[in-house]
Ligand binder design. Sequence first.
Ligand code: KIV
Length: 277
Amino acid sequence: MGRVSIPDIHEKYKNSEPVTMLTAYDAPIARQVDEGGVDMILVGDSAGDNHLGYDDTVPVTLDEALSNTAAVDRAVEDAMVIGDMPFLSYGTSLEESVKNAGRFMKEAGADAVKLETAPYGKTTIEIVSRLTELGMPVVGHIGLTPQRMNQIGGGYVQGRGDGSSATVEALVETAEELEDAGAFSIILEAVTEETGKQVTEAVDVPTIGIGAGRCVNGQVLVITDVLGLSDESYTLSKQYADLNSVIQGAVESYVDDVQSEVFPSSKNVFDAIDEDQ
Ligand code: KIV
């Protein structure tokens, strides 16, 4: 049947069916996420603080992002796989941006790439336009753009227009420019519900929200938050499992078993005559 395609996503959009997206950073989790039935898997640069042990997304390297994307690609059958271009893997020049986006598709098996765009971000709009002209599907990302966190400073929710927060108008116009540049979908992160609504009404491509309220065309969450594998909880997210406790319990049971010599048992040992093992 093949993976979810852009026409499949647009069909859902036309039929007002919400689009689903989750992040994944490695093969075992990607396999589960895929089997769970999401439309799209984002190999996010949120790997920085959710997979690689960094404090945020800024240190994530292109090689790390490509390696994560390739691992996810190898595990996924049905969902569309989107490679997230990390900080400064695009934007230094058009040529470098095109080459690096191409590596996500040619080397890592991504079906599309995502890149963040600042309000009125001319540089990235031009890059999106070039990538889509060359046949690389692009998901835009506006609102809170964590790669710009050092510049944004304390401002978290975007669309309020109060100092460090972009205005609704700026976000609507940027979304329109991304659509004109060929982005087939736009992620809206941490914006007021009114911003989510206005952007969604302004463009003819599906908007996918994370903390963008209820008036968007789909939702994305970070998998570690969903599974209860992170230490923090966020207003914009929802935890559906408590894997921290499950894993902790399993490790403690293993330690107990080894220390009390319950494991390995006779079931776990090889003897000389059984040729099958
Ligand atoms: O990297 C990521 O996980 C993202 C989502 C939060 C949209 O960009």
